[in-house]
Write a protein that binds this ligand. Structure first.
Ligand code: ZN
Length: 166
């Protein structure tokens, strides 16, 4: 397994719309394993292929305390159920920034696993929020897009400053 390089906002490659995965050779499972390893090492609770510059519809998520409940979701589609709730989010591609975003509290997910098998699941709370955040990445969308333009320009300034200091 190997660690992958995570793209940082405002890298334009983060704005790429990912393509559906239609074949399931062993390389898909390898990519998922490398993404999980990269996510755990970061550390983070979710990672989309877009963030490692692979523009295919694959996300990995693990919101457990002991990193022992990984989900690999390929070609995920979401049905939003119930109320929107505020949740403070961060992102491995927007390091050091935490802001509150509104997301659906419950979701139903249809996806495929690394062998192409169809899976459906329900998720609530942090798992639901995290899956929605990662699915946005596959459409080239970042959580900061939900914020006011004033907040976004403050964040961009801060990221630029962090980069210059690094
Ligand atoms: Zn993210």
């Amino acid at each position: 397994m190997s660690l992958l390089r995570i793209l940082h906002h405002p890298d334009p490659r983060l704005r790429t719309k990912a393509k559906a995965i239609t074949e399931f050779p062993p390389e898909v499972a390898t990519l998922a394993a490398d993404m999980l390893e990269t996510m755990y090492a970061a550390p983070g609770i979710g990672l989309a292929a877009t963030q490692v510059d692979v523009h295919q519809r694959l996300i990995v998520v693990d919101v457990s305390e002991n990193n022992d409940e990984p989900y690999v979701l390929i070609n995920p589609t979401l049905k939003l159920i119930g109320e929107n709730i505020p949740w403070e989010e961060g992102c491995l591609s927007v390091p050091g920034i935490y802001e509150t975003v509104q997301r659906s509290e419950h979701i139903e997910v249809s996806a495929q696993d690394v062998t192409g098998k169809e899976i459906t699941m329900q998720a609530s709370g942090i798992l639901a929020i995290c899956i929605q955040h990662e699915c946005d990445h596959l459409d080239g969308k970042l959580f900061v897009d939900y914020l006011s333009s004033l907040k976004r320009s403050r964040i961009n300034k801060k990221l630029k400053k962090n980069k210059e200091e690094a």
